[in-house]
Write a new protein. Structure first.
Length: 264
C-alpha cells in the first residue's frame, strides 16, 4: 500500500516557525503583493488560499487583479509600481499567465530582491522557490537517498522544468526522458492534466511528487491517477493536501526572509 506524504503536516511545521518569528517582530508585519491576471479557477483558488494563510501566519497580503483583456504593458506597469512601493516586501505574479503575456518577461521585470517565488535567476540566496523547497521537504520526509537513483519530470513550464532539473542534477540523480518514466525512482509531475500519470508509467516503489493542480467542477485533481498507481508507488503526495499547502508555507517563509533582509 502506498505511503502518503502529508504536505499539510509539513506545512504546519513551517508556518508555526514563521508565526513565532513574526510575533517576535512586536507588531510589525511583512507585506506580500499578489498579482492575478488570469480567470483560471485554479489560479483564483491558489490566490484565495494564499490570502487566507497569510492572515494566519501574520503576513499582510495585497491583491492586484487585472481585468480580462489587459495588455502586457499594463501588467508590467503594475509590477514596476510594486517594485518601487516601499511598503511591499515580496511580489508574486500568479502563474500560469494568459496567452497575451510572456511569463519570462513578466518574471524578469520583478525586482529580484522582492521575488517571493524565487523564479528570477539572480534572486538572493535566502529566497528559495516554494516549489523547489517543497520538493526538498518531501525528499527529506521520506529519507530519499539520491545516490545511484533515477528521476523523471513531467512539465509544461520551462521556468519550472529548468529549476527542478537543476535541483535533481545537483543531488546527483540521473534524469530520464518521459518515455522511460517507468524506470524512475523519483517521478515529479506538474502538467495540469488530471489523471495523466497511470500505473504503467510508474516504477514499483517509486516516490511520486504531484505538483499538478486542476479544478474540475468542485473537485481539485492532480496529474496522478491515484487509484491506478496506489498499488505500485512507494510514496506519493496527495492532491489536495500535498504540495499545495507546502508551497504556500514556503512562500511566506520567503516573504519573511525578504522582510528581515530589507530591515537590516
Amino acid at each position: 500500500m502506498v505511503n502518503i506524504i502529508d504536505g499539510k503536516a509539513i506545512a504546519e511545521r513551517v508556518k508555526d516557525q514563521i508565526t513565532q518569528e513574526i510575533i517576535a517582530l512586536n507588531g510589525k508585519r511583512p507585506n506580500l503583493a499578489i498579482v492575478l491576471a488570469s480567470e483560471r479557477p485554479d489560479s483564483k483558488l491558489y490566490v484565495s488560499l494564499k490570502e487566507r494563510e497569510g492572515k494566519k501566519v501574520g503576513v499582510d497580503t495585497h491583491l492586484y487583479i487585472l481585468e480580462s483583456g489587459s495588455t502586457e504593458a499594463e501588467l508590467l506597469e503594475v509590477v514596476n509600481f510594486l517594485n518601487k512601493d516601499e511598503q511591499i516586501d515580496g511580489i508574486l505574479v500568479q502563474l500560469p499567465l494568459p496567452g497575451q503575456f510572456t511569463a519570462d518577461k513578466i518574471i524578469a521585470a520583478i525586482n529580484p530582491e522582492k521575488d517571493a517565488d524565487g523564479f528570477r535567476e539572480n534572486h538572493p540566496e535566502y529566497v528559495v522557490s516554494p516549489v523547489i523547497a517543497s520538493i526538498q521537504a518531501c525528499l527529506e520526509e521520506v529519507k530519499f537517498e539520491a545516490e545511484g537513483k533515477k528521476a523523471c519530470i513531467f512539465y509544461n513550464s520551462d521556468v519550472f522544468g529548468l529549476s527542478v532539473k537543476q535541483l535533481l542534477e545537483k543531488k546527483g540523480l540521473e534524469l530520464l526522458s518521459r518515455e522511460n518514466s517507468d524506470q524512475a525512482d523519483l517521478l515529479i509531475t506538474a502538467m495540469g492534466q488530471p489523471g495523466y500519470i497511470k500505473d504503467n508509467m510508474v516504477k514499483e516503489g517509486a516516490v511520486i511528487i504531484d505538483i499538478g493542480i486542476t479544478k474540475v467542477g468542485e473537485k481539485v485533481l492532480g496529474d496522478v491517477d491515484f487509484e491506478s498507481v496506489k498499488g505500485k508507488a512507494g510514496f506519493i503526495t496527495p492532491v489536495p493536501g500535498g504540495i499545495g499547502p507546502m508551497t504556500i508555507a514556503f512562500l511566506f517563509k520567503n516573504v519573511l526572509s525578504i522582510y528581515k533582509e530589507r530591515k537590516k
